[in-house]
Design a protein around this ligand. Structure first.
Ligand code: SF4
Ligand code: SF4
Ligand code: SF4
Length: 220
């Protein structure tokens, strides 16, 4: 199968959270008890049962008017994933398929969680304390390998989530950046198979930044 890429077009996201629900539904992930934290955003973090979370970012423009931005946060499916390298300690625990999807299997139960999570520049892996399994977004490899779109993409009503062959998606993202103009940019960079088209600098959003030279990012 050819390399596939998922693009998150932040300017088109309405914060409806259909993608968050569709991910739970397809992957049979439990709902979580949440509480009112003074925001409509919930749950407050990724977890073993939440692999895709819509982050609400509130800001004010120069006139004091409130502006909301919504960002679906999930695994970046790095092209050269540090988690895959550390995963070699338990063969089969972490694999990358032909589409570029990085998948955590049942054998992650045999891995040291701290080793795995500290090798992800984006703070993505989460452990199920009851089963010991470590999990995250699979880029819906079970659907994609059967010719289907990822569940979150299928559920998105606004066109904010796009999925397709890598080169096609890179062209799409580039076109959107040109159309948005200004500081619009690609996050976290082309060496990933999940990409965000951000209307403004990534520093304005609560998105993890990989350390400089992250390709060499490894736990000592
Ligand atoms: S974002 Fe983290 S968990 Fe996802 S592929 Fe990259 S290193 Fe692995
Ligand atoms: S690609 Fe699949 S596993 Fe990943 S966030 Fe979307 S629905 Fe969830
Ligand atoms: S389904 Fe689409 S529009 Fe709704 S929150 Fe997710 S990315 Fe945004």
């Amino acid at each position: 199968m050819e390399r596939m890429t998922l693009v998150i077009d932040v300017a088109k996201c309405t914060g409806c959270r259909s993608c968050q629900v569709a991910c739970k539904n397809w992957n049979q992930l439990k709902g979580e008890q949440t509480e009112n934290r003074g925001s409509h955003e919930n749950p407050p973090d990724l977890s073993a049962n939440t692999w895709n979370r819509v982050v609400f970012v509130e800001s004010r423009d120069a006139n004091g008017k409130i502006d909301m931005t919504f960002i679906s946060d999930r695994c970046r499916h790095c092209e050269d994933p540090p988690c895959l390298e550390i995963g070699q300690s338990v063969p089969g625990a972490v694999v990358q398929d032909d589409s570029g999807a990085v998948i955590f299997g049942k054998k992650t139960r045999e891995m040291d969680f701290d080793d795995l999570t500290s090798n992800c520049p984006y703070d993505i892996p989460r452990k199920n304390e009851a089963t010991g399994r470590i999990s995250k977004c699979t880029m819906c490899n079970d659907r994609v390998s059967n010719g289907l779109q990822p569940a979150c993409v299928k559920a998105c009503p606004s066109g904010a989530l796009q999925f397709g062959p890598r080169q096609e998606m890179l062209r799409f993202a580039s076109g959107r950046i040109e159309a948005l103009g200004g500081d619009a940019n690609l996050y976290p960079g082309e060496e990933h198979n999940v990409l965000w088209v951000l209307p403004e600098s990534s520093r304005k959003y609560p998105l993890a930044q990989a350390p400089t030279g992250w390709k060499n990012y490894r736990v000592a």
